[in-house]
Design a protein around this ligand. Structure first.
Ligand code: CUA
Length: 423
């Protein structure tokens, strides 16, 4: 008696577990999900998805229902005669050709409309942003505002953004899942992508590369900040200003630069260009956990916190001569390199290494010391070299010395203090 009940009991249990799992998939937070209502682009994509999933469910239930019904209704019974052999049924065949075609039309019309909408050019009032994919970081240029930045994108809410996508090397793919994309970034053609972050307030999002592009493909991330038009204007004003020449602001390891250091600035500061008020920056304390990098620092890559705290921004500006071939700092007439990310306002960014590490003195110092240990790179001239004296370059397998352009920890601490002053 109990034996015959067991399979039914197991089936009920399995069904309960399956239903519980299915329902649990509907709850919870998915900060990198593309199923949002935050932009026109994602609303369209979500609408298409919902249409297809419900039509699919309808077709599944209809077909499987019919199947199960026929299986039970016409199942073989004892002493049943041989069933009639049937060849062809014009009505049925017409039905199962026309019906799916009809379903496809229901899917095709809105799909083609969406494709047309988002591939025939952005609205005229769109904010223009040029996106350039590099191995392995993102460059953002705002041609109308004359701003160049890296790995952190600011866009105002309520206004379409038109991204012009190019690559400096191989094929990448641009995607901010919660806002829109993804679209390939190809070296020999220009692609476009536009969306309007119209249903989103001040928020921070993850962006990423989605086309395998080499060793650090997975480390080619960025942050997108949607801010109010007023905050965006303030950010633009801050970014447009040249970098202020440093006053002796000591950096604090593992955190933001000390703000009270300016009071002890030496008189040399007087000859500095009058610093504009720092522009808007997305508040660090409002960053959601999923956009804060948690990449561990490689074992053994150490830096003396006391040395770092005593870094001198003015000395750092001089030592920055090691970096000027690759990095531009507007306002520093020597620093005109364009190979690496522009660093004019690097202290206003929350991340370094294309979203891989938090931007603070501790990480920045280690990055300068041995970036190639912190992030897989290639050994070519367009990748950040290992600069700390005595460090082993993990690609070239050579030890960095003074004659190869190595920097002492003191110089690195000074450069960090300089960079941290570039708000
Ligand atoms: Cu760039 Cu993957």
């Amino acid at each position: 008696m109990t034996r015959s009940h067991r399979p039914r009991h197991h089936f009920a249990l399995a069904l309960t577990v399956a239903l519980a799992l299915l329902l649990s998939a509907c709850s919870g937070q998915y900060p990198n999900s593309t199923f949002t209502d935050l932009t026109d682009f994602n609303r369209d994509a979500r609408g298409l998805w919902n249409l297809m999933i419900w039509l699919g469910i309808g077709v599944f239930v209809f077909v499987e229902g019919l199947l199960v019904y026929v299986m039970f209704r016409y199942r073989r019974r004892p002493n049943d005669p041989e069933p009639e052999h049937v060849h062809g049924n014009t009505k049925l065949e017409l039905a199962w050709t026309i019906l799916p075609a009809f379903v496809l039309v229901i899917i095709a019309v809105p799909t083609v409309k969406s494709i047309w909408r988002f591939n025939t050019g952005a609205p005229a009032n769109a904010l223009e942003v040029d996106v350039i994919g590099h191995q392995w970081w993102w460059e953002f240029r705002y041609p109308e505002q004359n701003i160049v930045t890296a790995n952190e994108l600011y866009i105002p809410t309520g206004r379409p953004v038109n991204f012009t996508l190019r690559s400096a090397d191989v094929i990448h793919s641009y995607w901010i899942p919660q806002l829109g994309g993804k679209r390939d970034v190809v070296s020999n053609r220009t692609n476009h992508l536009w969306f309007t972050p119209d249903s989103v307030g001040t928020q921070a999002f993850n962006g990423s590369c989605n086309e395998y592009c080499g060793a650090s493909h997975a480390n080619m991330r960025f942050r997108a900040y949607t801010v109010s038009p007023e905050e965006f204007d303030r950010w633009v004003a801050g970014q447009q200003a040249n970098a202020a020449s440093p006053t002796a602001v000591p950096a604090t390891p593992g955190g933001a630069p000390a703000t009270n250091g300016a009071a002890t600035a030496t008189p040399v500061a007087a000859q500095a260009t009058p610093a504009a008020a720092p522009g808007y920056v997305f508040p660090r304390e409002q960053l959601p956990a999923h956009v804060i990098p948690k990449t561990p620092i490689p074992a053994g890559l150490t830096f003396d916190d006391n040395l770092l705290a005593a870094g001198d921004a003015q000395r750092g500006m001089t030592a920055f001569i090691s970096c000027i071939g690759c990095h531009k700092v507007r306002g520093n007439p020597q620093a005109v390199g364009v190979i690496g990310p522009e660093l004019t306002h690097i202290a206003s960014r929350h991340t370094i290494g294309a979203g891989l590490y938090p931007n603070d003195a501790a990480h920045l110092a280690r990055w300068i010391k041995n970036a190639r240990r912190m992030k897989p790179m290639h050994g070519g001239p367009v990748s950040m070299p290992t600069l700390g004296m005595g460090e082993v370059d993990p690609i070239l397998k050579t030890t960095v010395t003074r004659s190869t352009g190595g920097l002492t920890d003191q110089q690195i601490a000074d450069i960090v203090a300089y960079l941290m002053s570039l708000k």
